[in-house]
Design a protein around this ligand. Sequence first.
Ligand code: 4NP
Length: 155
Amino acid sequence: MTTKVLFVCLGNICRSPAAEGVLRAKARARGFDVYIDSAGTGAWHVGDPPDARMIAAAGKRGYDLSHQRARKVDLADFYEFDYLLAMDLSNQTDLLETSPPNRTADIRLFLDFAECDTRETPDPYYGAAGGFEQVLDLIEMGAEGFLDHLENESE
Ligand code: 4NP
């Protein structure tokens, strides 16, 4: 059965689109049946493509984010997805606070699936260029860890 995963950050133009693209590529490479989308808790960038700096940094690693468009999390997401994966703790708190009580999605911190001590994916939007590489490093680790989790779950 298809596992449905929604990545959630604040603007849906930097971190969660990158996580969507990276997990899609890694799931395909490892043969997982996963449907992946991303959304933001904020609406400032709805309809926009990902940040040009993130498109460029991800593109260098072979992930094409250019066709993605930002959207805001909506009520149906809490029922339609198996996992809502928050990129940082404030994203997770926002999701928990706006969630309907009878949601079916599991709201988790994405990097809790990674083999690293870092729990939050830092927001690179206002930071230096190197921040995008650091974010992609963390996301690649998180994606492998999440797929390991799905693999263990299905055994
Ligand atoms: P993201 O980064 O949450 O990783 O997409 C941000 C992008 C834009 C804004 C905030 C965070 N903003 O406030 O416009």
